[in-house]
Design a protein around this ligand. Sequence first.
Ligand SMILES: CC(C)(COP(=O)(O)OP(=O)(O)OC[C@H]1O[C@@H](n2cnc3c(N)ncnc32)[C@H](O)[C@@H]1OP(=O)(O)O)[C@@H](O)C(=O)NCCC(=O)NCCS
Length: 195
Amino acid sequence: MSWVRQPSEKLLAVKPAPEIGPVSIRMEQPSDAPQIRDLVEASFPGLGEALLVDRLRSDGDLVLSLVAEDGGVVVGYIAFSRINIEGAEAPFGAVALAPLAVYSDYQSQGVATQLVREGHACLAFLGETLSVVLGEPQYYGRFGYSNRRVAGFESEYQSPFLMGLSFGAAPWEGRLVYPPAFGALAEDAPLQAHD
Ligand SMILES: CC(C)(COP(=O)(O)OP(=O)(O)OC[C@H]1O[C@@H](n2cnc3c(N)ncnc32)[C@H](O)[C@@H]1OP(=O)(O)O)[C@@H](O)C(=O)NCCC(=O)NCCS
């Protein structure tokens, strides 16, 4: 008699979890565009976010975009685009984080966390000092984003979902001017988290 129990029929019938290899983070390459589009379309309702990425790219407004890759397949994506702060002082260039997406099979394994952290490190290296996001406070709070950091900015998105994180000296007041690509998205959902 064996002490090792044989797996039941029910257990054997359960679909095995997908095999997920080590995910690597790298800069977006031109050839990644179709895969990024598929991922972003799959991750958000409607086409707004996918069109946002296409337009940011074609307008030259992307400051940094990274992909998470598993065996040549893009499984995660993050973009930071140029956003200006206009006001009493000279215009100041900050970045807006949007969108952030990871395929469902790869979620809850820290892939988005790697993308955000790697993104912040690259931005700091590039001399950027302020990142702004319109998203879920419970999620972005874990990276240090807060509404307090951007509460002094004028913006049509001003709400608890608008948050900022600084890596260096940056203004606390002024008007946030998003790149034109965000215009179409705002018409769809003016005050919803969209990254
Ligand atoms: C949000 C998203 C990018 C997270 O990707 P991920 O690789 O699973 O993220 P991580 O593994 O780094 O972190 C997972 C954690 O984030 C939490 N989380 C995911 N989405 C969240 C949300 N909208 N609000 C609050 N927490 C959230 C998970 O519950 C999990 O919590 P835990 O660490 O306590 O278990 C992914 O779920 C996604 O692509 N969603 C669809 C697109 C989207 O909504 N993007 C914007 C999010 S505001």
